[in-house]
Design a protein around this ligand. Structure first.
Ligand code: NAD
Length: 476
């Protein structure tokens, strides 16, 4: 049984309500029972953190850094156990889960360093006085996260927020409460005081109560565009907000591309993490002269996918995360065919009695303005769109409300550099999959993929989100 962490104690929801999470690869297996919290629990959590986070803010930055490094050590020592729990809770394969379990402590170490690198500025003045800025924590940060990277994404929010001396109220996804709690347990065990960190499990109500509370100074959210935009409308004007949202990522395959390499890149981008990565490849924009050769190669890789329980040896693709994801997958298979696109992969969808399994689905001849080409699917469903020139490829790639990640496969570096300038995306990949990001480089989208206020995963811009500047005028 999982618990909320409020006021330094592990507690149930005030109402006593709970919810269950089952293994998406083995629906009969209960993975977690967590408090189904509501506004009352949020009220207590924010009340406590806003009253007590100062004891954490006032610590020397090196002391906060030490705590984060200790938490990283705790997580690293449990990496195998965490990876296995992550497979059972979220559904990804063991090798995908191991990568996440290794990345999470690395994130905390990175942000521990950032605690020591916060700086202010001094400005020239004519009268012998000093003018300078001094940076401090924002206060209370609300962190709301999705299920697809339930350790990694929260560590990219809690790590920098705590490094800067903020108090944090964290709401993990209701699909992955166990992983969220494991991160908090490590931070508490390492020495984060109860006044600086609260965990509130639950559904959308918990998020809504968090983002509308005037004691919260900053809201950091990763999730869907629909929810992110609802949060943007709900957050008071005085509260800073960072929203990293959905995508419809295009990979352009130029006429000079090495097709085997392109097919490998596409398979990793589209079918990795069962198609449930925000930066996953959803559209292939292919030059007509290489379409057939590319399609054949991508189909080979799609058909070679071994779908099953991520803990089983040899499985390369785990299940979808829940029933809603599975229903969406089915709906896109139907609407894609109705729109005139050709489903190239056989429709052998496994029955639902064991888990939410789905096979890679590849469509060709997709109309650029169809639902299949425009809406985020977030499943292993790939749409080929054929074009006749570079200019048309850019037009199609940019014909989207989203702008998270985009890629090109080409042997011509001039074309690649042109693409990096022309495509509307926050992340541009050349001869690499659209998913998979460096932990120390800026990460975020443009258009309706992000508020573009601050990028995640980058030292100075990320730390600006979690700190406020005051400008001091000082006459001797
Ligand atoms: P979601 O938007 O449904 O939920 C995200 C979180 O918001 C959950 O914790 C949920 O409980 C909470 N929530 C739901 N309604 C809320 C409301 N009205 N107010 C406040 N909080 C609310 O997203 P999801 O299904 O968990 O995750 C999948 C989505 O996340 C996809 O769209 C994917 O592209 C996106 N994503 C984006 C990135 C990125 O970096 N841009 C990374 C991972 C996932």
């Amino acid at each position: 049984m999982l618990s909320n962490y409020i006021g330094g104690d592990w507690v149930g929801a005030v109402s006593g309500a709970t919810f269950d999470r089952h293994n998406p690869a083995a629906l009969g297996e209960l993975v977690a029972t967590a408090p189904d919290s509501d506004a009352k629990d949020v009220e207590q959590a924010i009340g406590h953190v806003s009253a007590h986070h100062h004891e954490w803010s006032e610590l020397a930055p090196e002391a906060r850094a030490d705590v984060l490094i200790r938490a990283a050590d705790v997580l690293a020592s449990r990496a195998d156990e965490l990876a296995e729990e992550l497979v059972r809770e979220e559904g990804k394969t063991l090798s995908e889960a191991r990568m996440e379990a290794r990345r999470t402590p690395q994130n905390l170490r990175y942000y521990a360093g950032e605690a020591l690198r916060l700086t202010g500025e001094t400005f020239p003045s004519g009268d012998g006085s000093w003018v300078f800025t001094s940076r401090g924590p924002v206060g209370v940060v609300a962190a709301i996260t999705p299920w697809n990277f339930p350790l990694n994404i929260p560590s990219r929010k809690l790590g920098p927020a705590l490094a800067a001396g903020n108090g944090v109220v964290f709401k993990p996804s209701e699909l992955t409460p166990r992983s969220g709690q494991r991160l908090v347990e490590a931070l508490i065990e390492a020495g984060v005081p109860g006044g600086a960190l609260a965990l509130v499990h639950g559904h959308a109500d918990v998020g809504r109560a968090l983002v509308s509370d005037s004691r919260v100074g900053a809201v950091t959210f990763t999730g869907s565009t629909a929810v992110g935009e609802a949060i943007h409308r709900a957050v008071p004007a005085s509260v800073r907000v960072q929203l990293e949202m959905g995508g419809k990522n295009a990979l352009v395959v130029a006429e000079d591309a090495d097709l085997d390499k392109a097919a490998d890149i596409i398979a990793k981008g589209a079918f990795g993490l069962s198609g449930q990565a925000c930066t996953g490849t959803s559209r292939v924009v292919v030059h007509e002269s290489v379409e057939i050769g590319l399609l054949d190669r991508v189909m080979e890789r799609a058909q070679a996918a071994v779908v099953g329980n991520g803990l089983t040896d040899g499985v390369t693709m785990g299940p979808l995360a829940n029933r809603a994801q599975w229903d969406k997958y089915q709906a896109f298979l139907t609407s894609g065919q109705e729109s005139g696109a050709r489903l190239e992969t056989p429709l052998d969808i496994p029955r639902l009695d064991e888990g939410y399994f789905a096979r890679p689905a590849v469509f060709s001849g997709t109309a650029a303005d169809s639902r299949l080409a425009q809406e985020e699917v977030f499943c292993p469903v790939l749409a080929f769109i054929t074009v006749g020139s570079y200019d048309e490829a850019i037009e199609v790639a940019n014909n989207s409300v989203y702008g998270l990640s985009a890629g090109i496969v080409t042997q011509d570096m001039g074309t690649a550099m042109r693409f990096a300038r022309d495509v509307d995306a926050g992340v541009v990949k050349v001869n690499q999959a659209t998913n998979g990001m460096a932990m120390n480089a800026p990460f975020g989208g443009v258009k309706r993929s992000s508020t573009q206020t601050y990028k995640e995963q980058a030292g100075s811009s990320m730390m600006q989100f979690y700190t406020t500047d005051r400008t001091v005028y000082f006459a001797p």
